[in-house]
Design a protein around this ligand. Sequence first.
Ligand code: NAP
Length: 548
Amino acid sequence: MNTQTPTHEILDALIIGAGFSGLYQLYRLREKLGLSVKVMEAGDGVGGTWYWNRYPGARCDSESHVYCYTFSKELTEDWNWSERYPGPGEIVAYLNHVTDRFDLRRSIEFGARVAGARFDEENNCWDVELASGKHYRARFLITAVGCISSANIPDIEGLDSFAGEWFHTGQWPHDGVSFDGKRVGQIGTGSTGIQAAPVIAETASHLTVFQRTANYSVPARNRALTDEDRMTHKRDASIIRELTRGNTNGHGWRISEQNALETSPEDRKLIYEKAWETGGLKFRSSFADLLASKQANETAASFIKEKIRQIVKNPETAASLADIDHPYAAKRPPIDTHYFETFNKDNVTLVDLAKTPISKINRDGLVCQDIGANGSFLEILHQLDTIVFATGYDAITGTLLRMDIRGRDELTLREAWSSGPRNHLGLQVDGFPNLFMVTGPGSPSVLTNMPAAIEQHVEWISECIAYMLEHEHTTIESPGASAEWWVKEVNDAANATLLPKVKHSWYLGANVPGKPRVFMPYAGGLDRYRDICQQVANDSYRGFVFDR
Ligand code: NAP
């Protein structure tokens, strides 16, 4: 980065990103600590992930009454959610409401993409450069860039030659896309693809879903909330808050303490049927041992596979959809609205890429290869007007590494993480003083209801900065030994579960060619993580070093 450009403004803290994390971090540092703070946001509005993700069918899989902040009773009182799961429009409206209610907008610079940041060792501060060339200096740099904000667009030969339109779900045009009368091809059947397909199929003349790996899904059972629901959520707000802060996953329920393997097959089926009818991610919490034991997991997996075979009428399509190669919930488990039912429509076709892999894209559509019994290749052209890439993200580290962040001795974050992310408590990287990451790798983040994890991180960082001010510390950093300890904790926590046992999981970075395969989130639970972070703080920030 250009270090000669004159500095525009000197701040106590600069925050990157105006989603859930960045807004709350701004509030805590500006309103509670009285610091001079600015948020740099690449988009033209607040919302983070939800500002960009406006694809058809997009909806959060956390329930609305927990997919929100809990730090202000008044905020909880004056906001009314309309549905069980909020869509992007309502989440962005909520975050705009928060922004205005706490007068945050005046501290946010929109259309401000951070290109890089360099730690100035002489002055103990960060020199932050925007893509526009503008510079800021800040004592603390806090990344609040979200976990799924860098689109993963597969490098398929010939995309440039495609005569139709193509879109990635995470960069969806804000004025929408019309599928009326179009032949649409959707690549990807993760949480996004499973939400998008039923909605695209409503207006497309034909939808072809290209499935590389079959996936589980459980009905979301979205519905409008009643006045009574809202009243109950508000009345019980403090109980719900304690629950989301004190459990493993940050959701508004506890994981059952009952083991699947200690339950009779008849009772197990009843429990799964009830969870299927209730809908949502709670299905995953039906038994305590689902993510710990392959055999226990198999009971949930076979229940869902049986449901798929019952719903989907074409036996060949049903077989491809139910041919799932990984344990249930070892990848992020999607929830849907009529996903499997969509394949019963006359205008919807499934292409099983395990049988006919994609070979290229040409002017007219997507070309797959059929390998004949004698080893001969047959090319199959799927004619398309529109291609939708529901192919996920360079998750958790992607956005952090796209910026040119340099710590002590010009060490870049890319170099520091060349074999995978390493940090202390998911919060700080060796050699990068006064840089904090909200929901970065090594923290519970995507394995939880995100706002619960975000509040914990933001509060910890804010208290740490308050401690530094009180004790007149200039810098905080974490030595390599602390990262070594924490990386081992993260690996041990993951290895105690079935989570790393998946071929293409984005939790492992395995969906992006060349990305180091490291299990990135902390799987030991938000409750345990909160306790560890609190103990570290209580012990005068054990494992961190001040004023090196
Ligand atoms: P994803 O889970 O990574 O799924 C991407 C899909 O694209 C997978 O089916 C993948 O197949 C396929 N794919 C990737 N590259 C491909 C290629 N070159 N050829 C063919 N297929 C390819 O991404 P996502 O669905 O966008 O979801 C990402 C995360 O966002 C979720 O796990 C969730 O955390 C979050 N999300 C949440 C919600 C919600 O709150 N309801 C909604 C959407 C997303 P493989 O499985 O074979 O890799």
